[in-house]
Design a protein around this ligand. Structure first.
Ligand code: AMP
Length: 275
C-alpha cells in the first residue's frame, strides 16, 4: 500500500513511439512520479535507439500530468504460461483459449489470420490495437492504420521490485512480460471486454498471450515463427455491453496503477489433448 503523501502527488504519463522509414518500430507507456520523469523518458528513448530493428529515425515522447484523484488502483491478473512445440501449436492453443473466453470460433480464426498477415493497411504493423466484435468479427476501431493505443497505466514503485522478482523466479524476467502484463491488466478491466490476443512485432520475440477476465494473463511461449516482423493486438468486445466511445475513452485516458499482483504459476508444457 502506498503512503497517503505519495498517493496525493500528481503522476506523469510518459509515452514514447518510434518509427523507421514511416513504419511503427516501438512504443511504450509509463505512469510515474514527477521525480522519475526524466529518467524514464531517457530509458524509453534509449530503447527506441537500441531496438533490434532500429535505430529509429523518428522518436516522439509526450509527458502529461495526471491528477492523483483521477488515478484508479487495481490488482494485476493471474499469470500462467503454456510451453508449446511450435507456433502452429501455439496458435491452436490461442484459438482454444479465445473460444473458452467467449469469442466465436470463426472470429478467433479471423483474428489470428489478421495478425499473421499484418493488421494494418497493406499488411503493415499497426501502432495500436484492433477492436473486434467477439460475435461477428467486425472491426470497430476508427483508424485501422493506428488502432487504439492503450496508455496511462503502470505498476506502483512499491510493487515493481517484488513483481520483477516473482516473474524472474517463474522464468518470466523479460521486460516485455512486465509491460504486457500491465497493459493486459488495464485492458481486462475495460467495459465490455471479452478477451485480448497479442504477439509482438519484434522479430526476436516470438511469445504472446491470450488474456481474459476470468482466466487472467495466459502466456504462450511461441506464437509466431522466429524472425517474423508481424505482430499486433486484438481486443474482443461484447458490443451491447458498453458504447464503443466509452471503451476507447477508458483504454486511452483512464489512469490505472497496479498496486497488487495476482498468482504467478510456473510454466507448464501444453499437451494438445489438454483443452
Ligand atoms: P509489442 O508487444 O510492444 O511488440 O507490441 C505488439 C503490437 O501490439 C504492436 O505492433 C501494436 O500493434 C500493439 N500495441 C503495442 N503497444 C500497444 C498499446 N499500448 N496499445 C495498443 N496496442 C499496442
Amino acid at each position: 500500500m502506498l503512503v497517503s503523501s505519495t498517493m496525493n502527488l500528481p503522476l506523469y504519463s510518459v509515452r514514447m513511439r518510434a518509427a523507421l522509414g514511416g513504419r511503427h518500430l516501438a512504443g511504450a507507456e509509463r505512469l510515474v512520479a514527477g521525480a522519475a520523469v526524466s529518467k524514464v523518458t531517457a530509458e524509453l528513448t534509449q530503447r527506441a535507439m537500441l531496438c533490434s530493428d532500429g535505430p529509429a529515425d523518428e522518436i516522439h515522447c509526450s509527458i502529461e500530468r495526471i491528477e492523483s484523484a483521477r488515478v484508479r488502483y487495481a490488482c494485476l491478473p493471474d499469470v500462467s504460461t503454456s510451453q508449446v512445440d511450435d507456433w502452429r501449436q501455439g496458435r491452436r492453443l490461442a484459438s482454444q483459449l479465445l473460444t473458452r473466453a467467449g469469442v466465436c470460433a470463426e472470429v478467433a480464426s479471423r483474428a489470428l489470420a489478421l495478425l499473421a498477415d499484418g493488421a494494418g493497411p497493406g499488411g503493415a504493423v499497426m501502432r495500436g490495437a484492433v477492436i473486434m466484435d467477439a460475435v461477428n468479427g467486425e472491426r470497430l476501431e476508427a483508424d485501422p492504420r493506428r488502432g487504439v493505443r492503450v496508455s496511462r497505466m503502470d505498476i506502483t514503485a512499491a510493487l515493481r521490485p517484488r513483481l520483477v522478482k516473482s516473474l524472474a523466479a517463474a522464468g518470466l524476467g523479460h521486460h516485455r512480460v512486465l509491460e504486457a502484463l500491465t497493459l493486459a491488466g488495464k485492458v481486462l478491466l475495460a467495459p465490455g471486454l471479452v478477451a485480448e490476443l497479442c504477439w509482438s512485432d519484434d522479430p526476436a520475440y516470438s511469445a504472446g498471450y491470450v488474456a481474459a477476465p476470468q482466466a487472467g494473463y495466459q502466456r504462450i511461449d511461441i506464437l509466431k515463427p522466429a524472425g517474423d516482423r508481424r505482430g499486433g493486438r486484438v481486443f474482443f468486445v461484447e458490443r451491447e455491453a458498453a458504447p464503443l466511445s466509452a471503451l476507447v475513452d477508458y483504454l486511452e485516458r483512464q489512469a490505472i496503477l497496479f498496486d497488487a499482483a495476482g498468482a504467478i504459476a510456473a510454466p507448464e508444457k501444453w499437451r494438445a489433448g489438454d483443452a
